[in-house]
Design a protein around this ligand. Sequence first.
Ligand code: OK8
Ligand code: C2R
Length: 420
Amino acid sequence: MTDYNLGNVIIEGKTKKVYEIVNDSKLCFIQSKDRITAGDGVKSHELEGKAAISTATTAKVFQLLNQAGIDTAFVKVASETAFVARKCEMIPIEWVTRRLATGSFLKRHPGVEEGYRFNPPLQETFYKDDANHDPQWSEEQIISAKFKLNGVTIGKDEVDIMQRTTLAVFEVLERAWATRDCALIDMKIEFGVDVNGQIVVADVIDSDSWRLWPSGDKRLMKDKQVYRNLTSVTQADLDTVKRNFKWVADQLEYLVPPASSLVVVLMGSPSDEEHCKKIAKYATDLGLRVQLRVCSAHKGTQETLRVLAEYEGTGEKVVLIAVAGRSNGLGPVLSGNTALPVINCPPFKPENVAQDLWSSINVPSGIGCTTVAYPESAALAAAQIHALHDHLVWSRLRVKQLKNFISLKQADKKLRNLTF
Ligand code: OK8
Ligand code: C2R
Protein backbone atom coordinates (compact mmCIF):
# COMPACT_ATOMS: atom_id res chain seq x y z
CA MET A 1 0.00 0.00 0.00
CA THR A 2 1.22 3.50 -0.74
CA ASP A 3 0.23 7.14 -0.30
CA TYR A 4 1.49 7.95 -3.79
CA ASN A 5 -0.77 8.29 -6.79
CA LEU A 6 0.96 6.06 -9.32
CA GLY A 7 0.91 6.78 -13.04
CA ASN A 8 2.21 4.78 -15.99
CA VAL A 9 4.81 2.06 -15.69
CA ILE A 10 8.07 3.60 -16.98
CA ILE A 11 9.90 0.29 -17.15
CA GLU A 12 9.57 -3.20 -15.77
CA GLY A 13 12.70 -5.25 -15.08
CA LYS A 14 13.35 -8.73 -13.71
CA THR A 15 13.25 -7.69 -10.07
CA LYS A 16 11.47 -4.31 -10.01
CA LYS A 17 8.84 -2.13 -11.62
CA VAL A 18 9.25 1.65 -11.98
CA TYR A 19 6.16 3.91 -12.01
CA GLU A 20 5.56 7.56 -12.73
CA ILE A 21 4.10 9.55 -9.84
CA VAL A 22 1.05 11.59 -10.84
CA ASN A 23 1.64 15.34 -10.26
CA ASP A 24 5.39 14.98 -9.68
CA SER A 25 7.36 14.78 -12.90
CA LYS A 26 10.72 14.87 -11.09
CA LEU A 27 10.21 11.67 -9.08
CA CYS A 28 9.42 8.02 -9.71
CA PHE A 29 8.28 5.08 -7.60
CA ILE A 30 10.42 1.93 -7.54
CA GLN A 31 8.47 -1.20 -6.58
CA SER A 32 10.62 -4.22 -5.75
CA LYS A 33 9.47 -7.78 -6.61
CA ASP A 34 9.67 -11.02 -4.63
CA ARG A 35 11.85 -12.48 -7.38
CA ILE A 36 15.48 -13.49 -7.59
CA THR A 37 17.24 -14.00 -10.92
CA ALA A 38 20.74 -14.72 -12.18
CA GLY A 39 22.60 -15.39 -15.39
CA ASP A 40 20.84 -12.45 -17.03
CA GLY A 41 17.44 -13.92 -16.22
CA VAL A 42 18.15 -17.54 -17.19
CA LYS A 43 17.71 -18.67 -13.57
CA SER A 44 14.70 -17.16 -11.84
CA HIS A 45 12.72 -17.94 -8.66
CA GLU A 46 9.97 -16.50 -6.53
CA LEU A 47 11.44 -15.55 -3.14
CA GLU A 48 8.74 -14.43 -0.75
CA GLY A 49 9.95 -11.49 1.38
CA LYS A 50 12.79 -10.54 -0.97
CA ALA A 51 11.15 -7.25 -2.04
CA ALA A 52 11.04 -6.00 1.55
CA ILE A 53 14.60 -7.10 2.34
CA SER A 54 15.90 -5.60 -0.90
CA THR A 55 14.10 -2.29 -0.28
CA ALA A 56 15.46 -2.10 3.28
CA THR A 57 18.98 -2.83 1.99
CA THR A 58 18.87 -0.27 -0.82
CA ALA A 59 17.41 2.38 1.49
CA LYS A 60 20.15 1.93 4.11
CA VAL A 61 22.93 1.90 1.52
CA PHE A 62 21.67 5.05 -0.20
CA GLN A 63 21.12 6.81 3.14
CA LEU A 64 24.74 6.06 3.98
CA LEU A 65 25.94 7.35 0.60
CA ASN A 66 23.77 10.47 0.90
CA GLN A 67 25.11 11.08 4.41
CA ALA A 68 28.64 10.80 3.04
CA GLY A 69 27.71 13.52 0.50
CA ILE A 70 27.38 11.43 -2.68
CA ASP A 71 24.56 12.51 -5.01
CA THR A 72 22.12 9.65 -5.44
CA ALA A 73 18.63 9.31 -6.90
CA PHE A 74 17.24 7.88 -3.63
CA VAL A 75 14.68 10.15 -1.95
CA LYS A 76 12.78 8.11 0.65
CA VAL A 77 11.18 4.82 1.52
CA ALA A 78 7.54 4.71 0.33
CA SER A 79 6.39 1.34 1.70
CA GLU A 80 7.93 -1.90 2.93
CA THR A 81 8.67 -2.90 -0.66
CA ALA A 82 9.06 0.40 -2.53
CA PHE A 83 10.97 3.66 -2.50
CA VAL A 84 10.76 7.04 -4.18
CA ALA A 85 13.67 8.22 -6.30
CA ARG A 86 14.52 11.08 -8.60
CA LYS A 87 13.22 10.20 -12.06
CA CYS A 88 16.23 9.50 -14.25
CA GLU A 89 17.08 8.41 -17.73
CA MET A 90 19.45 5.53 -17.07
CA ILE A 91 22.92 5.22 -18.59
CA PRO A 92 23.01 1.59 -19.83
CA ILE A 93 26.39 0.81 -18.29
CA GLU A 94 27.30 -1.33 -15.26
CA TRP A 95 30.17 0.24 -13.32
CA VAL A 96 32.07 -2.53 -11.54
CA THR A 97 34.76 -2.03 -8.89
CA ARG A 98 36.91 -4.87 -7.58
CA ARG A 99 39.15 -5.06 -4.51
CA LEU A 100 39.91 -8.77 -4.96
CA ALA A 101 40.01 -10.81 -8.14
CA THR A 102 37.14 -13.28 -8.38
CA GLY A 103 34.09 -13.95 -10.57
CA SER A 104 34.15 -12.99 -14.23
CA PHE A 105 37.53 -11.26 -13.87
CA LEU A 106 39.21 -14.65 -13.40
CA LYS A 107 37.63 -15.97 -16.62
CA ARG A 108 38.89 -12.98 -18.61
CA HIS A 109 42.36 -13.08 -17.03
CA PRO A 110 43.50 -16.71 -16.82
CA GLY A 111 46.53 -17.16 -14.60
CA VAL A 112 45.49 -14.56 -12.04
CA GLU A 113 44.80 -16.26 -8.70
CA GLU A 114 41.50 -15.71 -6.94
CA GLY A 115 42.04 -13.16 -4.17
CA TYR A 116 44.65 -11.08 -6.05
CA ARG A 117 44.38 -7.66 -4.40
CA PHE A 118 43.84 -4.51 -6.49
CA ASN A 119 45.34 -1.33 -5.00
CA PRO A 120 43.69 0.97 -6.03
CA PRO A 121 40.53 -1.02 -6.72
CA LEU A 122 40.15 -2.14 -10.33
CA GLN A 123 37.39 -0.52 -12.36
CA GLU A 124 35.56 -2.11 -15.28
CA THR A 125 32.53 -1.17 -17.36
CA PHE A 126 29.96 -3.41 -19.02
CA TYR A 127 27.26 -2.52 -21.52
CA LYS A 128 23.82 -3.61 -20.29
CA ASP A 129 22.69 -6.08 -22.89
CA ASP A 130 21.18 -9.31 -21.48
CA ALA A 131 20.99 -10.96 -24.91
CA ASN A 132 24.78 -10.64 -25.27
CA HIS A 133 25.56 -11.23 -21.56
CA ASP A 134 26.59 -7.65 -20.77
CA PRO A 135 29.83 -7.33 -22.81
CA GLN A 136 32.76 -5.48 -21.28
CA TRP A 137 33.14 -2.00 -22.78
CA SER A 138 36.13 0.31 -22.81
CA GLU A 139 35.96 4.01 -21.98
CA GLU A 140 36.34 4.70 -25.70
CA GLN A 141 33.30 2.56 -26.50
CA ILE A 142 31.18 4.40 -23.92
CA ILE A 143 32.24 7.80 -25.26
CA SER A 144 31.71 6.70 -28.86
CA ALA A 145 28.14 5.57 -28.09
CA LYS A 146 27.30 9.28 -27.45
CA PHE A 147 24.45 8.40 -25.06
CA LYS A 148 22.15 11.42 -24.76
CA LEU A 149 20.00 11.39 -21.62
CA ASN A 150 17.85 14.23 -20.32
CA GLY A 151 19.83 16.63 -22.51
CA VAL A 152 23.28 15.46 -21.35
CA THR A 153 25.65 13.82 -23.84
CA ILE A 154 27.93 11.34 -22.11
CA GLY A 155 31.48 12.31 -23.12
CA LYS A 156 34.93 12.02 -21.58
CA ASP A 157 34.20 14.45 -18.70
CA GLU A 158 31.04 12.60 -17.69
CA VAL A 159 32.80 9.22 -17.88
CA ASP A 160 35.65 10.56 -15.70
CA ILE A 161 33.14 11.85 -13.14
CA MET A 162 31.30 8.51 -13.05
CA GLN A 163 34.58 6.55 -12.75
CA ARG A 164 35.67 8.67 -9.78
CA THR A 165 32.24 8.49 -8.18
CA THR A 166 32.12 4.70 -8.60
CA LEU A 167 35.45 4.41 -6.79
CA ALA A 168 34.26 6.66 -3.95
CA VAL A 169 31.02 4.66 -3.59
CA PHE A 170 33.02 1.44 -3.32
CA GLU A 171 35.51 2.85 -0.81
CA VAL A 172 32.79 4.38 1.37
CA LEU A 173 30.88 1.07 1.50
CA GLU A 174 34.08 -0.96 1.94
CA ARG A 175 34.97 1.13 5.03
CA ALA A 176 31.46 0.86 6.38
CA TRP A 177 31.37 -2.93 5.96
CA ALA A 178 34.81 -3.26 7.54
CA THR A 179 33.26 -2.02 10.82
CA ARG A 180 31.12 -5.21 10.77
CA ASP A 181 34.19 -7.34 9.92
CA CYS A 182 32.92 -7.90 6.37
CA ALA A 183 35.07 -7.57 3.26
CA LEU A 184 33.43 -5.91 0.27
CA ILE A 185 35.02 -7.87 -2.56
CA ASP A 186 33.45 -6.20 -5.60
CA MET A 187 30.29 -4.41 -6.60
CA LYS A 188 28.25 -2.97 -9.44
CA ILE A 189 26.43 0.35 -9.60
CA GLU A 190 24.51 2.27 -12.25
CA PHE A 191 24.04 5.96 -12.97
CA GLY A 192 21.10 7.98 -14.22
CA VAL A 193 20.64 11.55 -15.41
CA ASP A 194 17.84 13.34 -13.53
CA VAL A 195 15.42 15.81 -15.12
CA ASN A 196 17.80 18.68 -14.23
CA GLY A 197 20.64 17.03 -16.11
CA GLN A 198 22.51 15.95 -12.97
CA ILE A 199 24.32 12.61 -13.06
CA VAL A 200 23.47 10.63 -9.91
CA VAL A 201 24.03 7.12 -8.57
CA ALA A 202 20.71 5.43 -9.32
CA ASP A 203 18.98 2.03 -9.61
CA VAL A 204 19.27 -0.14 -6.47
CA ILE A 205 22.24 -1.29 -4.40
CA ASP A 206 21.39 -4.50 -2.55
CA SER A 207 22.65 -8.03 -2.04
CA ASP A 208 22.42 -8.56 -5.83
CA SER A 209 24.95 -5.78 -6.39
CA TRP A 210 28.03 -6.95 -4.50
CA ARG A 211 30.11 -9.78 -3.17
CA LEU A 212 30.39 -9.63 0.59
CA TRP A 213 32.61 -12.03 2.55
CA PRO A 214 32.35 -11.96 6.36
CA SER A 215 35.86 -12.00 7.89
CA GLY A 216 37.19 -11.95 4.30
CA ASP A 217 36.32 -15.68 4.05
CA LYS A 218 34.76 -16.64 0.72
CA ARG A 219 33.10 -19.70 2.31
CA LEU A 220 31.00 -17.36 4.45
CA MET A 221 29.68 -15.31 1.49
CA LYS A 222 26.36 -13.54 2.16
CA ASP A 223 25.46 -12.24 -1.31
CA LYS A 224 23.65 -13.43 -4.43
CA GLN A 225 26.67 -15.51 -5.48
CA VAL A 226 25.25 -18.24 -3.20
CA TYR A 227 22.20 -18.38 -5.52
CA ARG A 228 24.25 -17.99 -8.72
CA ASN A 229 26.37 -21.02 -7.72
CA LEU A 230 23.36 -23.36 -7.28
CA THR A 231 22.97 -25.96 -10.02
CA SER A 232 19.54 -27.08 -8.77
CA VAL A 233 17.51 -24.88 -6.44
CA THR A 234 15.56 -26.35 -3.50
CA GLN A 235 13.29 -24.52 -1.07
CA ALA A 236 15.99 -25.01 1.58
CA ASP A 237 18.50 -23.24 -0.72
CA LEU A 238 16.08 -20.34 -1.20
CA ASP A 239 15.60 -20.13 2.58
CA THR A 240 19.38 -19.89 3.03
CA VAL A 241 19.63 -17.13 0.41
CA LYS A 242 16.81 -15.23 2.09
CA ARG A 243 18.38 -15.65 5.55
CA ASN A 244 21.66 -14.26 4.16
CA PHE A 245 19.94 -11.25 2.57
CA LYS A 246 18.08 -10.54 5.82
CA TRP A 247 21.34 -10.75 7.78
CA VAL A 248 22.86 -8.15 5.42
CA ALA A 249 19.87 -5.81 5.81
CA ASP A 250 20.09 -6.16 9.61
CA GLN A 251 23.84 -5.42 9.66
CA LEU A 252 23.22 -2.23 7.69
CA GLU A 253 21.27 -0.84 10.65
CA TYR A 254 24.63 -0.42 12.41
CA LEU A 255 26.37 1.30 9.51
CA VAL A 256 24.65 4.69 9.74
CA PRO A 257 25.55 5.92 13.23
CA PRO A 258 24.64 9.41 14.51
CA ALA A 259 27.49 11.97 14.49
CA SER A 260 29.60 11.11 17.52
CA SER A 261 33.24 12.12 17.11
CA LEU A 262 33.88 15.17 19.28
CA VAL A 263 35.94 18.27 18.58
CA VAL A 264 36.35 20.80 21.38
CA VAL A 265 37.29 24.30 20.28
CA LEU A 266 38.86 26.18 23.20
CA MET A 267 39.24 29.93 22.79
CA GLY A 268 41.39 32.24 24.89
CA SER A 269 38.82 35.03 24.86
CA PRO A 270 35.18 35.59 23.90
CA SER A 271 36.58 37.96 21.28
CA ASP A 272 37.65 34.81 19.33
CA GLU A 273 34.05 33.59 18.99
CA GLU A 274 33.55 34.41 15.30
CA HIS A 275 36.73 32.58 14.30
CA CYS A 276 35.67 29.56 16.39
CA LYS A 277 32.19 29.47 14.85
CA LYS A 278 33.78 29.21 11.40
CA ILE A 279 35.72 26.17 12.60
CA ALA A 280 32.53 24.72 14.10
CA LYS A 281 30.65 25.13 10.80
CA TYR A 282 33.33 23.34 8.78
CA ALA A 283 33.61 20.60 11.42
CA THR A 284 29.87 19.88 11.60
CA ASP A 285 29.77 19.72 7.80
CA LEU A 286 32.37 16.96 8.08
CA GLY A 287 30.11 14.99 10.43
CA LEU A 288 31.81 16.01 13.69
CA ARG A 289 30.17 17.02 16.95
CA VAL A 290 31.51 20.36 18.20
CA GLN A 291 31.68 22.08 21.60
CA LEU A 292 32.96 25.62 22.13
CA ARG A 293 34.71 26.54 25.41
CA VAL A 294 36.32 29.74 26.71
CA CYS A 295 39.44 29.42 28.86
CA SER A 296 42.73 31.29 28.86
CA ALA A 297 45.93 29.50 29.88
CA HIS A 298 47.50 32.88 30.61
CA LYS A 299 44.68 34.29 32.69
CA GLY A 300 43.15 31.11 34.13
CA THR A 301 45.70 28.31 34.09
CA GLN A 302 44.00 26.11 36.70
CA GLU A 303 40.58 26.54 35.12
CA THR A 304 42.05 25.56 31.74
CA LEU A 305 43.46 22.36 33.22
CA ARG A 306 40.12 21.68 34.94
CA VAL A 307 38.28 21.99 31.60
CA LEU A 308 40.83 19.66 30.07
CA ALA A 309 40.20 17.14 32.88
CA GLU A 310 36.47 17.14 31.96
CA TYR A 311 37.32 15.70 28.54
CA GLU A 312 40.07 13.40 29.78
CA GLY A 313 37.49 12.00 32.19
CA THR A 314 34.88 11.04 29.61
CA GLY A 315 37.09 8.41 28.00
CA GLU A 316 35.74 9.68 24.67
CA LYS A 317 37.91 10.20 21.61
CA VAL A 318 38.37 13.99 21.52
CA VAL A 319 40.39 16.35 19.32
CA LEU A 320 41.17 19.78 20.82
CA ILE A 321 41.49 22.94 18.74
CA ALA A 322 43.10 25.90 20.50
CA VAL A 323 42.15 29.36 19.28
CA ALA A 324 44.34 31.95 20.95
CA GLY A 325 45.49 35.25 19.47
CA ARG A 326 48.63 37.25 20.20
CA SER A 327 50.86 35.08 22.42
CA ASN A 328 49.48 31.52 22.22
CA GLY A 329 49.99 29.88 25.59
CA LEU A 330 46.69 27.95 25.41
CA GLY A 331 47.55 25.36 22.73
CA PRO A 332 51.01 24.46 24.03
CA VAL A 333 49.82 24.36 27.67
CA LEU A 334 46.97 22.00 26.73
CA SER A 335 49.32 19.88 24.65
CA GLY A 336 51.89 19.65 27.46
CA ASN A 337 49.24 18.30 29.83
CA THR A 338 47.33 15.76 27.71
CA ALA A 339 47.83 12.95 25.24
CA LEU A 340 44.82 14.18 23.24
CA PRO A 341 45.70 15.75 19.87
CA VAL A 342 45.86 19.58 19.96
CA ILE A 343 45.62 21.73 16.83
CA ASN A 344 46.39 25.46 17.08
CA CYS A 345 44.36 27.73 14.85
CA PRO A 346 45.25 31.28 15.92
CA PRO A 347 42.89 34.07 14.80
CA PHE A 348 45.60 36.01 12.98
CA LYS A 349 45.34 39.75 12.52
CA PRO A 350 46.98 40.66 9.17
CA GLU A 351 49.37 43.13 10.81
CA ASN A 352 50.72 40.56 13.33
CA VAL A 353 50.69 37.26 11.44
CA ALA A 354 54.46 36.67 11.63
CA GLN A 355 54.85 37.27 15.39
CA ASP A 356 51.64 35.46 16.37
CA LEU A 357 52.41 32.42 14.21
CA TRP A 358 55.81 32.15 15.83
CA SER A 359 54.24 31.89 19.30
CA SER A 360 52.25 28.81 18.18
CA ILE A 361 55.05 26.91 16.49
CA ASN A 362 58.17 27.74 18.54
CA VAL A 363 57.23 25.37 21.38
CA PRO A 364 59.57 23.82 23.95
CA SER A 365 60.74 20.20 23.60
CA GLY A 366 58.16 17.58 24.52
CA ILE A 367 55.21 19.50 23.05
CA GLY A 368 53.51 18.06 19.96
CA CYS A 369 50.69 20.45 19.08
CA THR A 370 50.33 21.28 15.39
CA THR A 371 49.39 24.64 13.87
CA VAL A 372 47.19 25.58 10.93
CA ALA A 373 46.35 29.01 9.56
CA TYR A 374 42.69 28.73 8.49
CA PRO A 375 39.44 27.61 10.19
CA GLU A 376 38.74 25.13 7.37
CA SER A 377 42.21 23.60 7.79
CA ALA A 378 41.62 23.15 11.53
CA ALA A 379 38.35 21.31 10.90
CA LEU A 380 39.91 19.14 8.20
CA ALA A 381 42.91 18.27 10.40
CA ALA A 382 40.58 17.27 13.25
CA ALA A 383 38.45 15.22 10.84
CA GLN A 384 41.53 13.39 9.52
CA ILE A 385 42.38 12.33 13.07
CA HIS A 386 38.83 11.13 13.77
CA ALA A 387 38.64 9.42 10.37
CA LEU A 388 41.09 6.83 11.70
CA HIS A 389 38.28 5.37 13.82
CA ASP A 390 35.05 6.90 12.40
CA HIS A 391 34.08 5.59 8.96
CA LEU A 392 31.46 8.26 8.43
CA VAL A 393 33.96 11.08 8.94
CA TRP A 394 36.39 9.21 6.67
CA SER A 395 33.64 9.06 4.05
CA ARG A 396 32.91 12.78 4.30
CA LEU A 397 36.60 13.51 3.69
CA ARG A 398 36.72 11.03 0.81
CA VAL A 399 33.64 12.54 -0.82
CA LYS A 400 34.98 16.07 -0.30
CA GLN A 401 37.95 15.10 -2.48
CA LEU A 402 35.52 13.69 -5.05
CA LYS A 403 33.52 16.93 -5.03
CA ASN A 404 36.71 18.96 -5.55
CA PHE A 405 37.49 16.80 -8.58
CA ILE A 406 33.98 17.16 -10.01
CA SER A 407 33.75 20.93 -9.56
CA LEU A 408 37.17 21.48 -11.18
CA LYS A 409 36.13 19.24 -14.10
CA GLN A 410 32.86 21.10 -14.54
CA ALA A 411 34.58 24.49 -14.35
CA ASP A 412 37.16 23.37 -16.90
CA LYS A 413 34.43 22.09 -19.24
CA LYS A 414 32.60 25.42 -19.00
CA LEU A 415 35.67 27.62 -19.56
CA ARG A 416 37.74 25.67 -22.06
CA ASN A 417 35.24 26.24 -24.86
CA LEU A 418 34.98 30.01 -24.34
CA THR A 419 36.19 32.08 -27.25
CA PHE A 420 37.30 35.71 -26.90
C1 OK8 B 1 24.40 -8.25 -13.07
C2 OK8 B 1 30.40 -7.54 -9.47
C3 OK8 B 1 29.75 -8.50 -8.46
O1 OK8 B 1 23.41 -11.77 -11.32
C4 OK8 B 1 23.61 -12.12 -12.45
O2 OK8 B 1 24.14 -13.24 -12.67
C5 OK8 B 1 23.26 -11.26 -13.63
C6 OK8 B 1 22.70 -9.90 -13.35
C7 OK8 B 1 21.37 -10.03 -12.72
O3 OK8 B 1 20.51 -10.67 -13.34
O4 OK8 B 1 21.15 -9.45 -11.65
N1 OK8 B 1 23.64 -9.17 -12.52
O5 OK8 B 1 24.15 -7.83 -14.15
C8 OK8 B 1 25.68 -7.92 -12.40
N2 OK8 B 1 26.78 -7.78 -13.06
C9 OK8 B 1 27.76 -7.55 -12.18
N3 OK8 B 1 27.27 -7.56 -10.94
C10 OK8 B 1 25.95 -7.77 -11.04
N4 OK8 B 1 25.11 -7.82 -10.06
C11 OK8 B 1 28.07 -7.37 -9.71
O6 OK8 B 1 29.35 -6.89 -10.12
O7 OK8 B 1 29.71 -7.84 -7.23
C12 OK8 B 1 28.36 -8.70 -9.02
O8 OK8 B 1 27.43 -8.91 -7.98
C13 OK8 B 1 31.32 -8.26 -10.45
O9 OK8 B 1 30.63 -9.36 -11.01
P1 OK8 B 1 31.33 -10.39 -12.05
O10 OK8 B 1 32.55 -10.95 -11.40
O11 OK8 B 1 30.28 -11.41 -12.32
O12 OK8 B 1 31.67 -9.58 -13.27
P1 C2R C 1 41.55 39.37 25.41
O1 C2R C 1 40.28 39.53 24.67
O2 C2R C 1 41.43 38.59 26.66
O3 C2R C 1 42.36 40.66 25.58
O4 C2R C 1 42.47 38.45 24.45
C1 C2R C 1 42.92 35.56 23.10
O5 C2R C 1 42.69 34.32 22.47
C2 C2R C 1 42.66 36.74 22.21
O6 C2R C 1 42.83 36.40 20.83
C3 C2R C 1 43.13 38.92 23.32
C4 C2R C 1 43.75 37.74 22.60
O7 C2R C 1 44.64 37.07 23.50
C5 C2R C 1 44.41 35.70 23.39
N1 C2R C 1 44.73 34.88 24.57
C6 C2R C 1 45.74 34.00 24.56
C7 C2R C 1 45.62 33.31 25.78
N2 C2R C 1 44.62 33.79 26.47
C8 C2R C 1 44.06 34.77 25.73
N3 C2R C 1 46.64 33.82 23.61
C9 C2R C 1 46.46 32.15 26.15
O8 C2R C 1 46.27 31.64 27.25
O9 C2R C 1 47.29 31.75 25.34
